[in-house]
Ligand binder design. Structure first.
Ligand code: CTP
Length: 405
């Protein structure tokens, strides 16, 4: 196999020492690793460490006269199959988001055509600062891959999100980008995500706490695996994944219409949306005024989208549902699996605070019609999405094998 080159950019934060493990692991896996450090990074860990681990000199100064080898300021950008920035400080993230190129690391990022993976690490207040979040979402919109930091005790003594993702996770994500899989090439998939909103009057609505992260991860990963993806999304604050056809809806009724309109041409449907089960029976076109001490709203059932889909499903189509439960997870999920005639159901416990709504992580169980229950370990929603698509393919092959008999 042709040797691939990873340009590892290290910026100046305490987590810079963890980049040594990343460099070492990538080099041991057979990649050519070229390290670029910012001046700040060299205050935390010596370039000699990386030179020793990778067998190549480390570049810091954009204007240094190269002693023995030729490193023009864009040489690494051109040689890279992947540019990995770990750790990425708030400052480097801001420079990348705004196209600055005042050192070798940012010049490389600006000049490369290779995928860029960014692993932020910083104090949690800095990480949560709207400026940093905005810069990260700008990078995401441009197709950069972000490896979210973990929560925990940070070097500065505070606790929260900001700790560099573990070297194993960073290396695994890098490998996924270096060897893109095409398992879903030629596959057309329909994914739903987010909550729905059911209007009460011009200013109010009924909705739920879904952020859409799981559905967006499913759409993003399916596109990365080569599928043609249609994402039907309720209102969310998320950036639509690159290369995905987005259909925005608000109500359960609109989601039903959009799903049915695209069902026929889909090989698989994954319903990750948290569809409202009830809507106000009547909509008030005037803002409802407060009269008296209480107000009763009469609600009516919305259509169950998956039940409608079950009636129209073509042979060979794979249909997957989700069950978010606060009690009796397995029993409730199993009931939904049967009632909605699903190929499998992904169940998660919403009483946990470290997974589910708004989290980047999830821990799910997958229930199959034959009674099997698979427990997937706690993982990033992107990783759960990969596991779900692998099972969709497996199920598809089973159906095809059965119909060929
Ligand atoms: N779902 C749907 N249409 C609805 C409600 C839910 O298609 N009107 C889908 C969801 O997208 C999810 C699955 O059904 O994939 C289970 O959703 P959930 O809300 O957990 O189940 P419900 O059938 O609504 O049951 P309950 O609310 O009583 O738990």
């Amino acid at each position: 196999m042709e040797q691939k080159t990873v340009v590892l950019g290290i910026s100046g934060g305490i987590a810079a020492y963890k980049a040594a493990e990343v460099a070492s692991s990538l080099a041991k896996s057979g990649y050519e690793v070229r390290v670029v450090m910012t001046q700040g990074a060299t205050k935390f860990i010596a370039p000699l460490t990386f030179q020793t681990l990778t067998g190549h000199p480390v570049v810091v100064d954009m204007f240094a006269v190269p002693p023995i080898w030729n490193v023009g300021h864009v040489a690494y950008a051109e040689a890279a199959d992947l540019v990995l920035i770990a750790p990425a400080t708030a400052n480097v993230i801001a420079k990348m988001a705004h196209g600055l190129a005042d050192d070798m690391l940012t010049a490389t990022v600006l000049a490369t055509k290779a995928p860029v993976l960014v692993a932020p690490a910083m104090n949690c207040n800095m990480y949560l600062n709207p400026a940093v979040q905005h810069n990260l979402s700008l990078l995401q919109q441009r197709g950069f891959h972000i490896m979210p930091p973990e929560e925990g005790r940070l070097a500065c003594g505070t606790t929260g999100p900001g700790r560099l993702a573990s070297p194993e996770k960073i290396v695994a994500a890098a490998k996924r980008l270096l060897h893109p899989r095409t398992d879903l090439a030629g596959f057309r998939v329909l994914v739903t995500a987010g909550p729905t909103r059911e209007p009460i009057d011009p200013v109010r609505y009924l909705s739920n706490r879904s952020t859409g992260k799981m559905g967006y991860a499913l759409a993003k990963v399916a596109a990365e695996l080569g599928a043609e993806v249609t994402l039907v999304s309720g209102p969310t604050a998320l950036v639509p994944p690159a290369g995905v056809r987005l259909i925005e809806v608000t109500t359960a009724q609109e989601m039903l219409t959009a799903v049915l309109a695209h069902l026929n041409t889909a090989d698989a449907l994954v319903m990750a949306a948290a569809v409202a089960d009830f809507r106000p029976r009547s909509y008030s076109s005037e803002k409802i005024k407060k009269k008296g001490e209480s107000l009763s709203l009469e609600l009516e059932r919305t259509e169950d989208i998956l039940e409608q889909v079950a009636r129209r499903k073509k042979t060979g189509q794979v249909v997957v549902g989700f069950a978010a439960e606060s009690s009796n997870l397995i029993v409730n999920a199993e009931h939904k699996l049967r009632r909605k005639r699903l190929d499998f159901i992904v169940a998660n416990d919403i009483t946990r605070t470290d997974t589910g709504f708004a989290s980047d992580n999830n821990e799910v169980k997958i229930l199959w019609p034959d009674g099997r229950v698979e427990e997937l370990p706690l993982a990033l929603k992107d990783e759960i999405a990969v596991a779900i698509w692998e099972r969709v393919l497996l199920r598809r092959e089973e159906i095809q094998a059965a119909s060929a008999k």
